[in-house]
Design a protein around this ligand. Structure first.
Ligand SMILES: NC(=O)c1ccc[n+]([C@@H]2O[C@H](COP(=O)([O-])OP(=O)(O)OC[C@H]3O[C@@H](n4cnc5c(N)ncnc54)[C@H](OP(=O)(O)O)[C@@H]3O)[C@@H](O)[C@H]2O)c1
Length: 279
């Protein structure tokens, strides 16, 4: 696993799984674009990387805002001539229904639409690489869920856990559909479940939910262990040319049966295109 002369972009690289992914990929020789919504937190990660002799740069964007995603993607285009790996990792759990600046439900917007829009905007740069990879951090939490196109953003009945599980199912529909659309190109795309990992996930406020996540995380993997499959999919020769897979513990596994429904994947693609102004 060597990444000399490769440029990698990691979203949500200011904490948890994304931070370890960014740091470890620079140890393998990559130049990493560290994306965070908070410049100080992103700067801290870049300093940590530079102190270890690695190369990294800060990019800031609140990924719940499509204008911010577009501005950040434009900045990437101005800074690099090709992108070799895109790790869509930023994600969150929203206990209550919240709207983004675009008027969309926050879980769906951040966990799914940001992956969709950023990948689309950076695809021309990824296609300039002789062999590029997109890595989408999903979750086993998708397993018991299905999408409801009558209320895709759960405006009628919101539950944080259901919204989260559905958004992680969206990551799989997106991964599998993108892999089909990129067949024959130099870009592969795979998804993963990192395991249950002790991070800042679910800890955004002082609510009971945050306390419950904190307790559960006593039994969780470390962020170092949790980042293994992201690093493997971003860098390993073992997955060279492999696309459209779902990985747990660095091994391909099956996701839920419904996640392989191509009709649903196409429908979600079309809705996502409209909601991001790409369609
Ligand atoms: N932890 C687990 O057990 C687990 C299990 C399955 C899947 N996952 C997935 O793993 C991924 C990483 O999560 P984690 O566990 O490492 O959680 P984390 O420690 O909370 O890290 C999440 C990252 O996403 C960033 N982020 C959150 N909202 C953002 C926004 N609006 N704009 C830009 N960046 C934003 C955070 O930035 P700040 O530093 O500014 O907050 C942070 O860098 C997520 O996609 C999650 O769904 C986690």
């Amino acid at each position: 696993m060597r990444l000399e002369n490769k440029t990698v972009l990691v979203t949500g690289a200011t904490s948890g799984i994304g931070e370890v992914t960014a740091v470890e990929l620079t140890r393998l020789g990559a130049r990493v674009l560290v994306v965070g919504r908070n410049p100080e937190r992103a700067g801290r990660v870049v300093k940590k990387i530079e102190d270890q002799g690695g190369a990294a740069e800060v990019l800031t964007a609140d990924l719940t805002s499509q204008a911010e995603i577009r501005r950040m993607a434009q900045e990437v285009k101005e800074r690099v001539s090709q992108l070799d790996v895109l790790v869509n990792n930023a994600g969150a759990f929203f206990n209550r229904f919240q709207r983004t600046p675009d008027g969309l439900e926050s879980t769906f917007a951040l966990n799914h639409l940001s992956y969709f829009l950023l990948s689309a905007l950076l695809l021309p740069l990824l296609k300039k690489s002789p062999s590029a990879r997109i890595v989408n951090v999903s979750s086993m939490a998708h397993m018991t869920h299905h999408l409801d196109f009558g209320d895709l953003q759960m405006e009628k009945h919101y539950s944080g856990w259901t919204a989260y599980g559905r958004s992680k199912l969206c990551n799989l529909y997106f991964t599998y559909e993108l892999a089909r659309r990129l067949k024959g190109s130099s870009v592969t795309v795979n998804a993963l479940h990192p395991g249950f990992v002790a991070t800042n996930f679910g800890r955004a406020d002082n609510s009971l939910v945050s306390a419950v996540f904190g307790l559960l995380q006593l039994a969780a993997k470390s962020p170092q262990e949790g980042a293994c499959t992201s690093i493997f999919l971003a860098a390993s020769k073992a997955v060279e040319g492999k696309t459209g897979g779902y990985y747990v513990d660095c091994r391909p596994v099956r996701s839920s049966e419904i996640s392989y429904d191509e009709g649903i994947a196409r429908k979600l693609w079309s809705v996502s295109e409209k909601l991001t102004g790409l369609g």
